[in-house]
Write a protein that binds this ligand. Structure first.
Ligand SMILES: *Cc1c(COP(=O)(O)O)cnc(C)c1O
Length: 384
């Protein structure tokens, strides 16, 4: 089976990104590669392979299904940590397989302790505390009860981590909120330490926090978007730019290239409309190339009459509406174009480039969202 488009994932770019992050955090902290959302669209199995070859031995997922996928693809016995959803029915299997998970309420904690006692294998738990994100995490006023339970049961469970997540470390407009979160996290840490509870790892930082709030780098950093070669926001990039060595280019490299090919060519006469409705009328005689990628493949409808692709090293405009399975692009300026010729949706060709950011800004999606919408069934190919 040959798909209508392919995603190429550059292992070399990933190694570069990890080198850069390592240079920022120093030799000690663990880098946990966050592979939720099908590894931000890059493919979990591909990213586990690439990351392990780059020396990564810790992966974070949102949910248990993703954790199982990491486990199935890990060749190095890497640690796996679930940040969010797991089903109580599968907790025993998770514990038996040594999979770490976040604990943010008493119910999950009680279950973990119960099962650990029953099967004689300590659950690897990470206590998440609420510092201001207000989604999951133990509240400040729950600390006493929590400390009591942990002290009563520390022989049955393995208290791996104390963690939190920042709300908006990617923007200075959230500076005060993030600073308050850092302070609250340390209050939790001091409180538990004073009760005689220590954690194997303290970890709080995502990509943005790692890059612009270095005090959040503790024993481990949880790196998602930066590993895939994107700045969490433009602001993070500009905030960081000054501290980069002079003349240095962007140290983060995009891993992903999205390619398709010309399905057919069609001339359209002046005055004719292209595609559904009347959003595009040919103002001259034009030639169209039809590319077999549409919104059903993750190419947003918002790119109708807006998007661009690269063909033979030249930018070509999307004309008319993006349909479920195809787009039409104006190829008037391209000579000798044939069916089967390469089309770049994201990536470089002939010295020109289409970035995910240009792509997602014009569709008002951030990098994160555009990437994770890439369907799982587009084949991903690792480029060494
Ligand atoms: C998604 C996530 C991360 C990684 O965030 P990036 O901005 O992609 O680096 C880290 N920690 C938690 C809890 C997350 O949910």
């Amino acid at each position: 089976m040959i798909a209508t488009s392919t995603l190429e994932i550059s292992a070399k770019a990933y190694r570069q990104n990890i080198r850069y992050i390592r240079s920022e955090i120093g030799p000690k902290p663990i880098i946990s590669a966050v592979v939720k959302g099908n590894a931000y669209g890059h493919g979990i199995s591909q990213m586990v392979e690439i990351a392990e070859k780059a020396g990564i031995r810790h992966f974070s997922t949102f949910s248990s299904d993703e954790a199982w996928e990491v486990l199935a693809n890990s060749k190095k016995g890497s640690e796996i940590m679930i940040l969010g959803m797991l089903h109580m029915e599968e907790m025993e299997e998770l514990i038996r397989n040594g999979i770490n998970f976040y604990v943010f309420d008493f119910e999950r904690l009680a279950n973990a302790i119960l099962i650990s006692k029953e099967i004689g294998i300590p659950a690897k738990i990470h206590i998440e505390v609420e510092t201001g994100f207000h989604r999951t995490g133990f509240d400040w006023n729950q600390r006493e009860k929590l400390a009591e339970i942990l002290l009563d049961n520390f022989t049955f469970i393995s208290i791996e981590g104390l963690c939190t997540h920042y709300a908006g470390a990617e923007s200075v407009s959230n500076f005060v909120r993030v600073k308050n979160q850092i302070a609250r996290y340390h209050e939790f840490k001091d409180y538990f330490n004073n009760q005689g509870i220590t954690f194997k790892t303290y970890h709080t930082a995502c990509s943005a926090a790692t890059l612009i709030f270095p005090e959040t780098i503790l024993d481990m950093v949880r790196i998602g978007i930066a590993g895939y070669g994107f700045w969490p926001t433009k602001e993070t990039f500009f905030a960081k730019l000054n501290s980069l060595p002079k003349g240095n280019k962007n140290p983060l490299k995009r891993l992903i290239t999205w390619k398709s090919s010309v399905m057919s060519l069609k001339p359209v006469k002046i005055g004719e409309f292209v595609g559904y409705g009347n959003s595009y009328m040919a103002l001259e005689n034009i030639r169209l190339a039809i590319v077999p990628v549409g919104y059903g493949h993750g190419y947003s409808r918002l790119l109708s009459n807006q998007g661009m692709v690269l063909i033979k090293g030249q930018y070509c405009m999307v004309v008319g509406t993006v349909t479920m399975n195809a787009i039409a692009v104006n190829v008037n300026k391209i000579k000798d174009l044939k069916v089967g010729d390469e089309v770049i949706l994201i990536g470089k060709q002939g010295g020109k480039e289409i970035t995910v950011a240009s792509f997602s800004e014009s569709t008002q999606m951030v990098n994160y969202e555009m990437l994770t919408r890439l369907p799982k069934d587009i084949p991903r190919k690792i480029i060494p």
